[in-house]
Write a protein that binds this ligand. Structure first.
Ligand code: AMP
Ligand code: ZN
Length: 113
């Protein structure tokens, strides 16, 4: 998609602090971090949300595997982390290229706001 911010990060047209890459995904630091670790994991291919991504079970699994590996790399896999897919406007989705937020490095409240 030409007008999608995260497609532009995949293509390199918009810079990002990339922490991991796989054949189908890119992981980069959130520009407005909400926790000591706040990394976004996206598929290279444009899918609007996690429901659309679920149509490609292999790619969905790759996004989740990479998210876990980010947590391992960041040293938060054992202490605990949260993987969040905000889906739709009421849930706070603002970028409509699916992204998993990997959040950790501090205590995280439940229920979320
Ligand atoms: P959401 O609100 O779930 O759609 O998440 C979008 C996330 O993208 C927010 O946490 C933003 O801080 C983050 N974000 C927006 N623009 C950029 C960017 N250029 N680089 C990295 N993260 C970004
Ligand atoms: Zn996109």
């Amino acid at each position: 998609m030409t007008d999608c911010l995260f497609c532009k990060i995949v293509s390199g047209d918009v810079p990002a602090k990339v922490v991991r890459e796989s054949a189908g995904t890119v992981a980069f630091r959130d520009i407005n971090p909400q926790a000591p670790t706040h990394v976004l994991v996206i598929p290279r291919a444009h899918h609007a949300n996690v429901g659309d991504l679920a149509a490609d079970a292999e790619l969905l699994a790759e996004v989740v595997r990479e998210a876990h590996q980010v947590a391992v790399d960041e040293g938060i896999a054992d202490t605990g982390y949260r993987l969040v897919f905000n889906t739709g406007a009421q849930a706070g989705q603002t970028v409509f290229h699916v992204h998993g937020h990997v959040l950790g490095g501090r205590g995280l409240n439940w229920p979320p706001g």
